[in-house]
Design a protein around this ligand. Structure first.
Ligand code: ZN
Ligand code: ZN
Length: 273
């Protein structure tokens, strides 16, 4: 029994459609997965449909991108109600904001002499939520960079020439949104966030877990987050954050898994909340 609670599809910036993701998952030893696209739940039902008739358990989820003191804080929500009105309204508003932001990033890149159009971004994103990862992929395909990481390091990351800020949710708002949609909130990849002091504050807002196991976490970091889980009585979780094996920057599906007991603990906490 193994679980991966952090997976993306084409509903946001993943490379695989829900159907392709499920096909790939069925080649691994994973028995439980969570679909956690950025700011959308559109991939969840197609994944459940694609897994119909198999024993694969699919947890409906989301990853909300938030900001706190100029740091990116990602909040995962599990077992959220997909038809929750407040959730749907908030996500629709953010989708529009992301499209506007994508246009501005392309304008900046054009000013830097990079000749790509917004239509390419739209084509790549399809019906999905537009993200910087789409633009990074186009920069890679067009030969402006040699990896997705380089696209971020050179152009798209904070403080880089084509970075465009936009009004994000705060971590508190994201946690409240997950709770009001009937879900359970978990802090994604705390190692990337780089500010462990924030965890205490998030716990006060209702945080229930921490993604202790994550591809870029060292063993020491994982151990540290497991200790923090004990300290604040949080559930440890983990996931690969697989966006489809787009290039060597990303960790492959099946490389990260967590024990079934962790999922059971999280579920018990959700059911009792
Ligand atoms: Zn994230
Ligand atoms: Zn993610």
């Amino acid at each position: 029994m193994a679980a991966d609670l952090h997976l993306h599809t084409t509903a946001s910036d993943g490379k695989w459609t829900p159907e392709e993701l499920i096909t790939q998952v069925q080649k691994t030893n994973l028995t439980t997965i969570a679909i956690t696209d950025h700011d959308t739940v559109d991939g969840v039902l197609p994944c459940i449909a694609a897994a119909m008739g198999s024993d694969l358990e699919i947890i409906p989820g989301i990853e909300l991108n938030t900001e706190h003191n100029n740091r990116d804080v990602h909040i995962l929500g599990y077992w959220i109600r997909l038809n929750n009105e407040q959730l749907i309204e908030t996500l629709q508003y953010r989708r529009e904001q992301r499209a506007e932001r994508g246009k501005t990033i392309i304008e900046r890149l054009n000013q830097l002499g990079i000749n790509i159009g917004f239509d390419k971004v739209q084509e790549l994103a399809g019906d999905g939520v537009i993200g910087r990862a789409h633009i990074a992929r186009i920069l890679l395909e067009e030969g402006y960079v040699e990896s997705i990481n380089e696209a971020f390091d050179k152009f798209l990351a904070r403080n880089k020439p084509a970075f465009v800020p936009y009004q994000k949710l705060t971590p508190k708002e994201a946690i409240k949104l997950v709770l009001s949609a009937g879900g359970i909130p978990v802090l994604a990849h705390p190692g990337l966030m780089g500010d462990d002091n924030l965890i205490k504050e998030l716990v006060e807002y209702g945080l229930a877990g921490i993604e202790a196991v994550y591809p870029s976490h060292s063993q020491e970091e994982t151990n540290k987050y497991l200790r923090i889980c004990e300290e604040y009585q949080l559930c440890p979780t983990g996931g690969s954050d697989c966006h489809g094996n787009i290039d060597k920057d990303h960790t492959a599906l099946g490389s990260i898994s967590i024990p079934a007991e962790w999922v059971a603990q999280l579920k018990a906490r959700w059911l009792n909340s």
